[in-house]
Design a protein around this ligand. Sequence first.
Ligand SMILES: [Zn+2]
Length: 267
Amino acid sequence: MGLEFRSQLDDAWYDARIVMDGYDRLRVKFIGFPDDHDEVFDANNLTSFKDIAEFRRRFRPVSVQVQDNECPQVAKGTLVCVAHAICPDDRRFYDAVVYKVLHEEHRFVKGEEECPCSFVLFWRHGPKAGCLTVQALENICRVQPRRNKMNPLLTSFLETAREKIEITLSKICATPHEAAYDEKAYRPSVSQRLKQDTSTSRRPSSLISSLKEMNGNPSQRAGHGSEIEGVPHMIIIDNLERGLSPLKIVEFIYKKVSISCEAFVSP
Ligand SMILES: [Zn+2]
């Protein structure tokens, strides 16, 4: 099944295909357009997981023109991709949601069914974003659900971007860990050491149990040792499950307790 790509230039959806352009660049080629319309993306420019997710959302299976006899499928609340005429011979496609359908009896001309119904649409993006307009069925395409299995080139490109972010994160994560344990850089006072000793005496046995404890005790969420000014707050967790990467830990903690943190895994 073909790909549809939402251009960064005009935010419209186009039929497209993708090719790799070197190791970490992806070239999007627009079907029916010359090469100078290509859009090229560098994995190094996707610097966060949000960037990756947003870039991935720019691709989906090609939307399908709704046939006249399929009119009942375009019901209130349906997400559709709709042609918008920028000028007489330039139609661009943007997403809209069906707000209301004004049904009329279908005609048959030379055995062909014709849908004269009108569709009131709420545009989600594009020049008419936020507006309601009335459209005929001939301008409406059905948006196809995204599949879990993506185009292998896109999967590979996003994986490259993800690996680059993980490498950057692991470098960042390593820095405060080393700083906190460098005795020359950090010599806690006796009272600080006592506070640390108390808190580290209850080391959780796994990441999961540690997070459950944090969830159940709001005062701990602020962090033990948070009284020590200028030193990053740190939790040490033993017995990690195999294969846990710093990235997975960071994502898990953020999901569970909405705390942005850094993680470092040591053998
Ligand atoms: Zn109809």
